[in-house]
Ligand binder design. Structure first.
Ligand SMILES: [Zn+2]
Length: 398
């Protein structure tokens, strides 16, 4: 498959230089309005299978996409990212067009650095790396347990180990933390990423970031989250940017966290859908509802556990279920890495497995402290996501 896709990809890239247009996916734009605007046949959309039709609902407002036109100005190709691993590839040839999800190729590098505090972790990390995202990740990881302003001294040291994607040699998309350490008054504090993709402190206690409650009770997961997978039978790439919970029609759906309803309405793919904004640039999405709870509307505040609607099968759906999506900075992430588990502290075998991982990270952190590993610059990041500017800047002093 890769052998098939790469030539298409490179053909596109090599044509770039000539007539490629970069555009921004506008608010309110849907795949259908996009086709209409570009005078493309709507059958392109209607010929897609249900899963791919629903996938078009995931195109992020503000995302940068590329269009290639032929001499008479008609669209011949377009590449529209769905996330940092998958994009919709539209091709038109002599009036016949088709769309297929194809991978976004990138290389992942593991990187690390050590810094000595001059002013504050946020400011120093941003200054040294050029990355607001890294600064936010670091500060966010410790904000509930440490008080930097009170306890940090100039000269204390910090280490970050993370992975960063690169595309065409440039940093691309969001970094992902592996481990972070900060010294305060000679004592070291760490956060570590465990195999379950959650973060824990040096005692094996889960870092309390944004903990979600289950949106439906006693429901089984009928389809897990995937950013990109290759379907061996269909020989196509797919993605499922949420978790499906199988539940009877009419089962109450609860807000997974405190927040504000920013959308309660109908969407072609997701049917009756509610979106809730939460603290920390998180958003949750509840799709295919049969109906909303009376009184739930745009702009209202809801509490974690509050009933907002009922399971149904509206929109593009094969049967009653809740499609539950979680987004951070508009990027779909796996809700299962954030949904609350019964115990948030590790015990038994899980704890000893974690302690081994922690030990390896600690040894690595020691190496970077001794080597005084210098940071990579990430200024020229090719984010495919639109990230609001104001985010993070006010958190800078925490
Ligand atoms: Zn789903």
């Amino acid at each position: 498959m890769m052998r098939l896709l790469l030539p298409i990809f490179w053909m596109f890239v090599s044509l770039w230089a000539h007539q490629v247009e970069f555009a921004r996916w506008d608010k309110g734009e849907t795949f259908l309005t996009f086709l209409e605007r570009n005078k493309l046949p709507l059958s392109i959309y209607y010929d897609l299978d249900k899963e791919d039709q629903t996938l078009t609902e995931e195109i992020i407002t503000g995302v940068n996409y590329q269009i290639l036109r032929n001499e008479d100005g008609n669209v011949s190709q377009a590449l529209i990212p769905i996330n940092d691993e998958l994009q919709l590839h539209l091709t038109c040839n002599e009036g016949s067009c088709s769309v297929a999800p194809i991978p976004i190729e990138s290389q992942t590098r593991r990187e690390a650095f050590m810094l000595t505090i001059e002013s504050s972790p946020y400011y120093d990390i941003e200054k040294a790396t050029g990355s607001k995202a890294l600064a936010q990740i670091f500060v966010g990881g410790f904000k509930n347990s440490l008080n930097f302003r009170r306890d940090l001294r100039k000269g204390d040291r910090l280490v970050m180990i993370y992975e960063q994607k690169y595309r065409f040699g440039k940093p691309f998309s969001m970094p992902r933390l592996h481990a972070a350490m900060i010294e305060m008054r000679g004592k070291r504090y760490g956060i570590y990423r465990h195999e379950d993709e959650r973060y824990y402190d040096h005692n094996g206690a889960q870092i309390e970031g944004f903990l979600l409650a289950l949106p439906v009770r006693n429901a089984r997961i009928s389809s897990p989250f995937s950013k990109r997978r290759f379907h061996p039978v269909l020989k196509r790439y797919r993605a499922h940017l949420g978790v499906d919970y199988a539940a009877r029609s009419g089962t109450p759906i609860m807000a997974a966290g405190n927040g504000k309803v920013v959308f309660a309405g109908y969407n072609r793919g997701y049917g009756n859908v509610i979106k809730i904004n939460h603290e920390g640039n998180y958003m949750t999405l509840y799709a295919h509802m049969s109906s909303f709870k009376k009184g739930i509307k745009n702009g209202m505040r809801v509490k974690q556990g509050q009933v907002i609607g009922y399971v149904g099968s509206t929109g593009i759906s094969t049967g009653p279920h809740l499609h539950f999506g979680l987004y951070k900075n508009n990027e779909a992430i796996n809700p299962q890495s954030v949904v609350q588990v019964a115990t948030s502290a590790l015990s038994g075998k899980r704890r000893s497995a974690f302690m081994q991982i922690k030990q390896r990270f600690d040894a690595e952190i020691d190496t970077h402290l001794q080597a005084q590993t210098a940071p990579s610059r990430l200024d020229d990041v090719q984010s495919i996501y639109y990230i609001p500017d104001e985010q993070g800047s006010q958190k800078g002093e925490s």
